[in-house]
Design a protein. Sequence first.
Length: 594
Amino acid sequence: MKKALILALALSTGSSLAAPFVVPAAWSSNKPSEVQTGGTLRTVNLQDFKTLNPFVTAESPNLIDTMAAGSLLIQDPLTDEYLPYMAEKYTQSADKRTFTFDIRSGMKWSDGKPITVDDFVTAATLHSNKDIGSNSYDSFFINNQPIKVSKVDSNTLKVVFPKPDVTALEFLSGILVPQPTHIFMPVFKDKGAKGIKDMWTISTPANQIVTSGSFMLDRYVAGERAILKKNPYYGEWNKDSAGKSLPYLDGVQINVVADAAAQLTQFLAGNTDVYSPDNRDRLAQVKAAMDGKKIDGTLIANASARASSDFMVFNMDDSNTFKTKLFSNVKFRQAMSMLINRDAMVDLTLGGLGQPTYTGVYPVYKDWIPAGMDKYKFNPQAAAKLLAALGFTKKGSDGYLVDKAGNKLEFTLITNAENTRRQGFAKIIQDEAKKVGVKINTSFIAFNQMTGLLDAKSDFSRRGFDAIIIGLVGGGKVFPVSGPNVLECAGLGDGGNLHMFNQSNKCRFPFETQELNLYWKGRAEFNLAARKAIAAQIQKLEMENQPTIQLAAQTVHYAWTNRTQGELPKSAINSLNATTLFGPRVLELTWIKR
């Protein structure tokens, strides 16, 4: 990774007019002179969006992030360097802990109110309030010590880290996103955390949603579509290299198409503009349509490994039931990992376009994954021996294993109904487990219902699931292991929203504390080789304890109609520089050819 910018050059202050942010021309495959303005980009999402509230959202993608401008810094997709964005310039102290920002003047919210220093302080205040329960809560702390975000004066923001942090620039570019003080703080002062949590539901009228980015909500029709329209104020402080206001598009239409096969049909019919084939068959259909001139489009096959993960997680809460005691036994989880036929997942579900995974570090970061992570790869015979050691030595009349107390080795595996890839994984797990006498029932439910099961705290009767297949996206390039919201133990109001296997009132297992301590050690390590060694230790603990059982990752492919222009240069097209909704492009530089 390129060395991040520490001291940015100030933009000219010789004029009373605010200097806009100029998006580098190199971020688009087109020259500004080629661009046509106007038009609507059409894309799809697999499920209804759950909320418009930035402090309670836990889904990806989500509408509120899609409509946010960003943060103080922005990362160059070609060089990985960090550039001043909502800050005009910044300095970093010699001890690497304190950043001081001059906020860019002239920025406005979609309601015309100025974006100010206060809006960054508001974001930090509310995200770090444990009673609100933000998914970003843990990101505002380093080993339980707060990152302090404060107003120096009307133009100056100070961010002080409790200790030097190698991921600081990632926090300042992706986490500390401003939120409108004039909207949220009156509610917080009047109604507290509950008032904030009740704001901006998915049914809130569009004209009440205030955003900072290039688009704002025009309307949302549940089960059908979200329509975004241009934010008229964004172009005042965001320009292309020729001085033209951004974005080029008039709007974005996000259709809710809750079936992966139907998404392909929509693209082949010309009803959507961007598409990412998720297996060999769909990739072949897109290629055949383009080769046969049925679609005028571009296909980038095998762009890179995937920057996300799919895994199976068991409910390991401390509820003293037969199942949770079983799920909490490491030998059971090791056995289940050895019943995962990952090669079959790649061949049958991903159509050969993917790879088995054994660690939470995404396969696109292959240089960070140590050897030997496949210790518990597919091995049914070894799995059966482990299960026998747990007392499951005999089968009942139905062919499934039982212990001496008559407990059948049976559980229900849930995944989301909108995701055929995960359903395919579930079916393979079910089939292989049956061969050794493990009965797995499958249940496919709405994504929002599934995350509701995961989000519930403490009480097993509320955490009403046995096992779930789900995935994660996001994370940073500097230290690409699971973050604090995944590693922090949950249930005490101290974060850990994505610590999915254990939402009880304590850390139950030694590896939980060990992983978290190593994580903070890695965050303080500025030597790359030493940081990779720490990441390897974390992954070895993950491998031995299997808190999440990793499955398989697909290779990513990107397709778009040639009416859609402005994608990144081909050399920068990979999963790290792409989004689920829009593919490998900067949305503001995307344009429609007519």
